[in-house]
Design a protein around this ligand. Structure first.
Ligand code: GRF
Length: 200
């Protein structure tokens, strides 16, 4: 008989619509991912993704960055809230805040992000337009560990999409997002495989 292993816990950080968060929750509900979402935390009280999480009976919290005098104080409050859930992974899913290196080091090896480009190409914003302007034939998304340098940490998994002749940034973004929604649950599964009875 296989020994039962506790289900790993994740905390998801969002700032907006939370479609990647939804794809992770859906993967759990469809038995494609064996983890527990201990909490969804937003830095914005009006993040649309919070409502969805609440409807799914997931614990939510808001740490509003506008209420803190400095980035360091906000990050300390955020880290304290996350620590409360003792997560195995902290998942940045459209979390639009630059994090201090103290925060990043505190969650070292547990903090991952999804970025809409084939890293190390196109770090930062407007990745889809920049990929089109650069004449790239291929674009995509990357799940990577977070390090103090923006969009710079080791890549866990990538998804590729072609760039087509008449693509606009919006058309390309939609094609990439569709892949992101498969990529993130797969990357989480891969990273947590040693802690579960599941194969990656
Ligand atoms: C995604 O494109 C993700 O790659 C980037 O921010 C966007 C978040 O979208 N980091 P959503 O909030 O998950 O819908």
């Amino acid at each position: 008989m296989q020994a039962s292993v506790p289900i790993p816990a994740i905390v998801i950080l969002i700032s907006g619509r939370g479609s990647n968060m939804r794809s992770i929750i859906k993967a759990i509900q469809n038995d494609k991912l064996s983890v527990k979402v201990a909490a969804v935390i937003s830095n914005r009280p009006d993040a649309a993704g919070l409502k969805f999480a609440q409807q799914e009976n997931i614990t939510t919290a808001v740490i509003d960055h506008t209420q803190f005098a400095s980035r360091a104080l906000f990050d300390q409050a955020l880290a304290q809230e996350i620590d409360h859930y003792s997560p195995d992974l902290v998942i940045l899913a459209g979390f639009m805040r630059i994090l201090t290196s103290d925060f990043v080091h505190h969650f070292s090896g547990k903090l991952i992000n999804i970025h809409p480009s084939l890293l190390p190409k196109f770090k930062g914003l407007n990745t889809h337009q920049r990929a089109i302007d650069a004449g790239e034939k291929e674009h995509g998304a990357s799940v990577h560990f977070v390090t103090p340098e923006l969009d710079d940490g080791p890549v866990v998994l990538q998804a590729y999409v072609p760039i087509l002749k008449d693509d606009t940034a919006n058309i390309l973004a939609a094609r990439v997002l569709e892949q992101e929604h498969k990529l993130y649950p797969n990357a989480i599964k891969q990273l947590l495989a040693p802690k579960t009875n599941n194969k990656p």
